[in-house]
Ligand binder design. Structure first.
Ligand SMILES: *[C@@H]1O[C@H](CO)[C@@H](O)[C@H](O)[C@H]1NC(C)=O
Length: 396
């Protein structure tokens, strides 16, 4: 028996079949709770489909059929039945563009990025995200001028065709790639500048929903949304080994940010102090703790005590091209979440030294975070609707 569930995704014209019987096999036998959750998820999907059909008819959205009920696990309802008031996707290190090739059988960076964008869009239809967070390395090599086509190649043309991604803001931080870390002036390469990615400084070329770059003084460092306060750090200027690189002195580059490190930390602390939101999440490009190739970042260890003092719940980062979850300790409930495989993943079977990771996979994917007054749900998504890992944090 074939049964079609529809998810609307604009722009990409495809029709994939979904076989209900096949998917039933995924349900653990005797797991009534799981079954109920799925039914509840289906209801959410049907409702959201009904509304998107209406909107779809009005604006001519194409209907796409999906293969899998897996996306329903993104339903915006917690296991205890609370409706999440703030939901977002977290993706990182997607801006590789062109031809970087995976040593695994994932394909080129660009192919992977496009597949993950589609997965994000499907999950987005169910989750109905309020925004997307980019953990940086949006454009490898950075932008060389205001109208650099690289922005189209790594962002516009990949994500903006999907309504669930293009109708919400993308809150982005910069990675060292956005500062131009691949460009070596000594080799005659053009200078790039992170300033071209900044919404306010390049309105004519950047998308309206591109909100960049968190933690920079020209930009923003806090976003508040119902039960959530979200803080952004620009971590590249903290990293000592970048300081003597040719690209450190590019316009608006890390050398010019050096004198503002303490200001970034002070700003974070003073915002955290004033925050009354039940949940606090900090975003930066570089990991504080990581078992990926890059490992822990020594210069960012000072953040751990700030986070613990102010009861930060999650730190979201990229840089290591993996999906990863590390818990600081049970008492603090603080988690370090890496979402850095929006394109090519690292070539690792397992994590390296030395943190006790609760979850680690070097596969293409992204993360979703859903927030309610008393609960936060974190989900790690791979390809083909695969929910690789999830957990809920609770507070009374
Ligand atoms: C972006 O690239 C696509 C092809 O990938 C092209 O069709 C489109 O015109 C480009 N848009 C801009 C604004 O350059």
């Amino acid at each position: 028996m074939k049964k079609y569930e529809s998810l609307h995704v604009e722009g990409k014209r495809e029709r994939l079949e979904y076989d209900l019987l096949d998917n039933k096999k995924d349900l653990r036998p005797g797991s009534l709770k799981r079954d109920r959750m799925t039914r509840c998820g289906m209801l959410v999907l049907l409702l959201s489909c009904a509304s998107s059909l209406l909107i779809g008819t009005a604006i001519g959205v194409h209907i796409v059929y999906t293969k899998s009920l897996g996306y329903l696990k993104a339903r915006p309802v917690s296991s205890s039945g609370q409706l999440f008031d703030t939901k977002f996707l977290v993706v990182g290190d997607f801006g590789m563009g062109g031809t970087l090739q995976s040593s695994g059988d994932f394909g080129t960076a660009k192919e992977i990025q496009e597949r993950i964008a589609k997965e994000m869009a499907y999950v987005g239809v169910v989750l109905q995200p309020d925004f997307v967070v980019s953990t940086g390395d949006n454009i490898y090599g950075g932008m060389k001028d205001k109208a650099d086509p690289a922005y189209n190649e790594t962002f516009l043309s990949v994500y903006q065709g999907y309504p669930s991604l293009s109708q919400v803001n993308w809150y982005s931080v910069l990675g060292e790639q956005d500062y131009g870390s691949r460009n070596d002036k000594a080799d005659g390469m053009a200078e790039s500048s992170p300033l071209y990615q900044m919404t306010a400084l390049n309105e004519e070329n950047l998308a309206k929903n591109w909100v960049c770059c968190g933690g920079r003084r020209e930009s923003f460092s806090v976003k508040q949304h119902k039960s959530l306060d979200l803080y952004f750090l620009d971590t590249s200027p903290f990293i000592h080994k970048y300081l003597n690189k040719p690209w450190a002195s590019y316009p608006g580059g890390i050398l010019s940010e050096q004198s503002k490190l303490q200001a970034q930390l002070d700003m974070l602390e003073s915002h955290l102090e004033q925050s009354t939101a039940p949940w606090k999440v900090v975003v930066g490009h570089h990991p504080i703790l990581s078992n990926g190739v890059n490992g822990n970042t020594a210069e960012l260890q000072q953040l751990r005590s700030i986070f613990k003092r102010h009861k930060v719940n999650l730190y979201l980062n990229g840089h290591d091209l993996v999906l990863q979850d590390i818990e600081e300790d049970k008492k603090s409930g603080l988690h370090y979440v890496t979402s850095g495989s929006g394109a090519l993943p690292q070539d690792l079977q397992t994590g390296l030294c030395c943190n006790k990771a609760k979850f680690f996979e070097a596969v293409p994917g992204f993360v979703t975070v859903s927030v309610a007054q008393h609960e936060v749900r974190v989900q790690f998504w791979g390809e083909k609707a695969k929910l690789l890992h999830e957990y809920e944090l609770k507070r009374s």
